[in-house]
Design a protein around this ligand. Structure first.
Ligand SMILES: Cc1cc2nc3c(=O)[nH]c(=O)nc-3n(C[C@H](O)[C@H](O)[C@H](O)COP(=O)(O)OP(=O)(O)OC[C@H]3O[C@@H](n4cnc5c(N)ncnc54)[C@H](O)[C@@H]3O)c2cc1C
Length: 594
């Protein structure tokens, strides 16, 4: 009942028609990418994800990872073997540089591979995802020796990695962290402190774990300007180079959570026996800026987690709606029940799920192509433009992808009725698992602050306005066959323009008060635009298509029309909340809020 079928045709369509991934083959950076292999590679990865990761999703949820008295953590049965197969197949390496044993594929393709892994088993997929974050940090800021030592093993997946940022009093406010790093005579550091909520901080799937830890040196300035980033391996090299010496870092507890039971969320203690040996990455006090380097990839990856889970929840909803019999529609013979898919409100739920999944998938893939172009476009000014676009889209992908994950999983429960609320069907697990995604890697509220305070002001609003101009052009040039899309897109652009002007004119609390609704409005508009682009492509391709292919292309048009005419206007109505200012939010004193 709850198996996962990778949506290959949709994925390839989005990559080719929305992201124009075929054009990447001409770029030197992606010389190993053969666009004709796209479907085949995704199909192989999809088979792996659904057949190897997928079957462990439910057992992982019911058994969970367990901490043993000796501080080790045992993963649920089958997890270590599945992870080994993942390493052997080389999926984790696919989108990393050839130089360190990677496959040299575009990030957009790597993200599509990730979608299928997260949809199959979010808890297990987090282990390689955290490793990816560390790889990006080391690629950008590691010394040549650090790169040579760690990257090949992390890229292959032989070793995993973690990110140790959060402390009990330092969550969103990382500037408050107090973990201490003291310089040692040999140039390394000794770290002391406690980190909480560390994903896959300890486990039995790899022979070594490389922790990236944020800490402060004794003379560091206060706040985020005084944070440094360290490599703290679980095992240090012995004389023969093999990782045998246990470092002074241990998992002292794992959290009880509402979901993601198989992913151990660890409390990590550093420095109980003389200090955890750490190696500085780059310069002291520059740790936060290094974190920002990998954040675009990591935040986009979390947005994709939401989309992956949403797609799986949609697939299961569709199957249930076809099978569950309730009520009788006029076309059903007397004395028989109809499948619930024939009821209008169930249709609404399904189309809402489908259109949200396709819109957020397109947004995330498009965001990934901006990462690729920022790195690999032969023209320097195009690279700079792509980087700006990527910076702007990242908070949108992270926040909206994860909100949609929750919304679609919640709708899946609704659509299943009581069977959705009980655990048997598995949809409740999707909701429990995906709920954290809008909190970690920077809460969605923090993403919105990033959007308002850093991204909107880029070139005094011109980066956002240029994107809106592009959307307006698409709307204006919409062929008559798709004219129903024109008006909602144009209205969306106007609404977004007014919001931008208002927000830029009201910095501070007034703008911050409208940050989350603005983020939703912008993300929905960009999602609607990308669905419109895919609708245009399908119109172009339809004359040469027949049978299932033609049905698939027509479905693209229906999905875009539903989204643009019924979901986008709801998002545009958020303009009132965006421009409402902060006064009303502060009209009640904390003690009056009851
Ligand atoms: C399952 C799980 C896995 C995790 N994995 C990791 C990991 O691997 N590594 C790691 O370092 N951390 C990890 N975290 C921690 C996670 O990143 C934090 O929980 C998150 O950053 C939020 O911090 P917090 O929980 O302290 O919430 P708080 O910062 O206390 O936020 C509470 C609320 O206040 C809001 N808020 C806070 N500050 C502001 C502000 N300035 N303006 C407006 N609103 C604000 C937030 O948006 C939120 O809604 C994980 C957490 C969980 C639960």
């Amino acid at each position: 009942m709850n198996s996962y079928t990778p949506p290959l045709q949709d994925m390839v369509f989005a990559l080719e028609e929305v992201c124009n991934i075929r054009s990447f083959a001409a770029m030197e950076e992606f010389e190993s990418f053969d666009p004709d292999d796209l479907h085949h590679v995704l199909a192989e990865a999809g088979r792996f994800a659904s057949e190897v990761f997928g079957p462990l999703n439910k057992t992982g949820d019911s058994l969970g990872s367990v901490r043993n008295p000796d501080s080790t953590v045992s993963t649920p049965p089958g997890f270590a073997e599945a992870y080994d197969s993942y390493v052997e197949a080389g999926w984790g390496a696919a989108a990393f540089p050839l130089e360190y044993g990677g496959g040299g594929l575009p990030w957009a393709m790597g993200l599509a591979l990730q979608e299928m892994l997260t949809a199959s088993n979010l808890a297990l997929s987090l282990c390689p995802l955290l490793t990816q974050g560390a790889i990006h940090s080391l690629l950008a800021h590691g010394s040549p020796a650090q790169k040579a030592e760690y990257l090949p093993k992390l890229i292959s997946g032989e070793w995993s990695a973690t990110m140790l940022l959060t402390e009990p009093h330092a969550g969103s406010d990382l500037g408050a962290l107090t973990t201490r790093a003291e310089r040692a005579d040999d140039g390394s550091y000794r770290l002391f402190g406690q980190k909480i909520f560390i994903t896959w901080g300890e486990h039995d799937m790899t022979p070594n774990i490389i922790h990236l830890v944020l800490a402060r040196t004794p003379d560091a300035p206060a706040g985020t300007r005084g944070i440094s980033c360290f490599i703290v391996p679980k095992f240090l090299p012995w004389q023969d180079g093999s990782p045998k010496m246990r470092n002074d870092i241990a998992c002292i507890a794992i959290e009880e959570k509402m979901g993601l039971h198989a992913s151990p969320t660890c409390v990590m203690q550093l420095g109980e026996s003389g200090g955890a040996v750490g190696y500085l990455i780059g310069d002291e006090n520059a740790g936060m800026s290094y974190m920002f380097t990998m954040m675009n990839n990591a935040r986009l990856g979390v947005g994709m987690e939401g989309v992956g889970v949403a797609d799986r929840a949609f697939q299961q909803s569709l199957q249930f709606a076809r099978e569950r019999l309730q009520g009788r529609r006029p076309e059903t013979p007397a004395g028989k029940q109809s499948a619930i898919i024939s009821h209008p409100d169930v249709r609404r739920m399904l189309l809402t799920q489908k259109s949200l999944v396709e819109a957020t998938r397109s947004l995330c893939y498009y965001n990934a192509t901006a990462i690729d172009l920022a790195k690999a476009h032969p023209d320097k000014s195009e690279r700079a433009k792509a980087q700006e676009l990527c910076d702007l889209l990242t908070p949108l992908s992270k926040s909206w992808g994860t909100e949609v994950g929750e919304m679609v999983a919640s709708l899946a429960i609704q659509l299943h009725g009581g069977m959705g609320y009980v655990e048997e069907t598995g949809v409740a697990q999707y909701f429990r698992d995906v709920r954290i995604t809008s909190i970690y890697e920077g809460t969605n509220g923090i993403q919105a602050i990033d959007l308002i305070a850093r991204k909107l002001p880029m070139r005094r609003g011109a980066v956002v306005k240029e994107l809106l101009e592009q959307i307006a052009t698409t709307a204006k040039e919409m062929p008559d066959e798709l004219k129903t899309l024109r008006e909602p897109l144009e209205e969306g652009v106007e609404s977004a323009r007014r919001c931008c002007d208002w927000l830029l004119a009201h910095p501070g609390d007034n703008a911050l008060a409208g940050a989350v609704p603005f983020q939703r409005l912008m993300a929905s508009l960009v999602g609607g635009w990308l669905l419109a682009v895919s609708s245009q492509a399908s119109l172009r391709m339809l004359p040469a298509a027949s049978g299932e292919e033609a049905d698939f292309l027509r479905a693209k048009q229906v999905t875009a029309e539903f989204f643009c005419t019924q979901i986008l206007p709801e998002a545009c109505a958020l303009e009132h909340a965006v421009t409402g200012g902060a006064e009303l939010l502060y009209a009640l004193a904390p003690e009056q809020m009851r």
